[in-house]
Design a protein around this ligand. Sequence first.
Ligand code: ZN
Length: 296
Amino acid sequence: MPARQQTEAAIGVDVGGTRIRAGRIDASGRILDRIIEPVVSNQEGFVSQILRMISTVQRPGDRRVGVGLPGRVRARSNEIISAGYLDIAGIDLATGIERQTGLSARLDNDAMMALLAEVHVADADDGDLALMVTVGTGIGGAIALAGKPWHGGDFAGQFGHIVVSETGPICNCGRTGCVETFSSGTALARLIKEAGFPEDTRAETLFCMAEQEDSTARAVLQTWAGPMQRALQTLVAVVDPDRIVIGGGLGAEMCRALHVLPENGSWFSTPIRPAKLGDDAGVIGAGLHALQEENV
Ligand SMILES: [Zn+2]
């Protein structure tokens, strides 16, 4: 048997905010088979759900599974440090998966999985340095070097905690001025409310109003995206990446808002693009990540 088989597949699992996706992914990033279920958020239910979903898509000969989780994962040791709304911090999920399914499991942050899929599949060009910034309830991120995860010490890519102001709301990290407190989905909801718009106003509505010269809607979008622009310019100033993919539930909206900001006179060119693979990015990247295991 050759050491590497380009035709083989691995299982990818993406644990999202409301759903788990599990699929078989080939080396080109094609989804061969998949299932999607609402997440069972209590610990025991979650573990049995993920084991069952992996077993459902597993085929004879499969050897590996990649799992993307929200929160902080120490990827080199498969440790779950925190997992957002899921009560699974500290559990040894990888060993549980290996015992139950016989598959070698690799855990990582969900943004990392999405970034791997975006560079391998959407761009078909690993390039040198690619960054992902996710805009959802919070702001997350990931870094890939030549198509492989780059974690720094352990947790590189916490872009939500780039400080862009001396003042502002207290961040979850305990500091003041983090971009997450200004440019996340949570922050947009706050800005919408403070501007006097109905609480269920969507970003799309703000864009329509701004195009019709509604100055309040335009101000909300600019106040939301301006701090993100400063954070992205800081990233470019430090590492000058090939590309910055803006993903997450509000990634497309943030990209659009960034493009309508007034010029700020900076010499920085920020090579941003919206994520292209949508909800499939995480499960594809998790499968690709598992397939990369042979090379490390
Ligand atoms: Zn912070």
